[in-house]
Design a protein around this ligand. Sequence first.
Ligand code: AMP
Length: 144
Amino acid sequence: MSKYTKILVAIDLSEDSTVVMERARAIADIEGAELHLLHVIEPLSFAYGGDIPMDFSSIQEEIQQQATQQMEKLVERYSIDSGNQHILLGKPEVEIHAKAEELQSQLIVVGSHGRYGLALLMGSTANGVLHGASCDVLAVRVGK
Ligand code: AMP
């Protein structure tokens, strides 16, 4: 069985992200794989654009700055090459698939649930990633 050489871990920066990161780092170490870290920022205009006539650019910029700071901490803590961190704008599952294809990673690691909790058996992003992926997907069990 061939080893994973490139692994993409996608995190939403919620508090459970460390569980997902730790599992991804451990697998990458065992496999000797390159680990890439991805966070996707959903444009506020996706959610509110049609309904609220407001300029979201300064809030969006603030969100991006905070995400960049949090990602930098994770990159350092989990020894990820700075060139292997990615922050993208868009719909999480779409960008996760696109980045995995671009990198030709053989494994995507996500959490079973994210910031919206345990309402579903598996979170909607995790589900979306699993269904459209052309490589292996690991949903790390998070939450109580
Ligand atoms: P959810 O399905 O939204 O509950 O989230 C499940 C998992 O999908 C999270 O633990 C992350 O691994 C991943 N995920 C969710 N949202 C994002 C995001 N904005 N960027 C990157 N990964 C995400």
